[in-house]
Design a protein around this ligand. Structure first.
Ligand SMILES: [Zn+2]
Length: 272
């Protein structure tokens, strides 16, 4: 392994998250710039506002979950799905109209990002779900775009995405193109896992350890949800967070598989 790659891996092992924030220079990453009323609304919906950030699109909580500004006032209470981990927000935020093909375009990014996207798409499609993905050029239902979100510091920022709305997937995934995030050239495995994870959000999957983010992030990073609206367990999935789940709050880059058995049960329960 090249030294550069090793350095990247070691850094990522310590801090690998699928997260993002705006650059500090933009001056909008501090929690104290967000009104108490907004924080209360987000907390009331069950989200941990520790480390909340803002971007042009909305607020980002729990590393990489984008809550669009337009949705904050009407955020539904969180419902937890799978026991295994795959914790969903709620049924109305799933992608509907199955069976269905979701098109994905990669815009303004080099071939390595396209390769990683193709690998992530192939991983989902290998499960033969009623939701399939297809990469296209041009207009798509999900656009993967790059933005220099600044130098990765601590746990920020790698990428972010939002939840489905109106039965459709969240329309974009934003990836930090700063070399500090995925390296130069980008680490294809890390990119693949990031895209795999962000696609999970766009189709409605919550962090699988959202009720206990310390499972993947370590203690003191996130506190877990303030409110739990309900619990729906998927039969057959593990009873708690599972190492190497594709939807853990903080991903372990040493996990090279795409999905755990519990992940697959959760995906098939929702989209199988
Ligand atoms: Zn995430």
């Amino acid at each position: 392994m090249k030294v550069n790659n090793l350095c990247l891996l070691l850094c990522v092992v310590a801090t690998f998250l699928f997260s993002c924030r705006k650059e500090e220079a933009a001056g909008n990453s501090a929690t104290d710039t967000i009104s108490a009323a907004v924080l209360d609304q987000i907390k009331a919906a069950g989200y941990d506002v520790t480390g909340i950030r803002q971007t042009e699109e909305g607020y980002i909580v729990e590393n990489d979950l984008l809550l669009p500004y337009s949705d904050v006032a009407k955020l539904p209470g969180r419902l937890y799905l799978p026991a295994g981990k795959t914790e969903l927000v709620r049924a109305s935020q799933l992608v509907t109209g199955l069976p269905r093909v979701i098109t994905i375009a990669v815009t303004g990014l080099p071939g390595s990002y396209i390769s990683a996207t193709d690998q992530a798409i192939a991983a989902y499609n290998s499960l033969n779900l009623k939701l399939r993905f297809q990469r296209v050029v041009g207009s798509a239902q999900i656009t993967i775009q790059g933005r220099d979100l600044g130098v990765v510091s601590g746990r920020w920022p790698y990428a972010y995405a939002g939840y489905p709305s109106g039965g459709n997937p969240y329309p974009s995934i934003t990836i930090n193109t700063n070399p500090s995030a995925f390296g130069t050239p980008p680490d294809i495995v890390a990119l693949r896992k990031s895209i795999l994870h962000e696609i999970g959000h766009t189709i409605g999957f919550q962090h699988s350890d959202a009720s206990n983010p310390a499972f993947s992030c370590g203690p003191g990073v996130y506190n877990g949800p303030a409110v739990v609206g309900g619990v729906i367990y998927i039969p057959g999935t593990p009873a708690g967070p599972e190492a190497c789940s594709w939807m853990l709050t903080c991903l372990d880059p040493t996990c090279t598989s795409n999905f755990t058995p519990g992940d697959i049960i959760g995906l098939r329960y929702i989209y199988g």
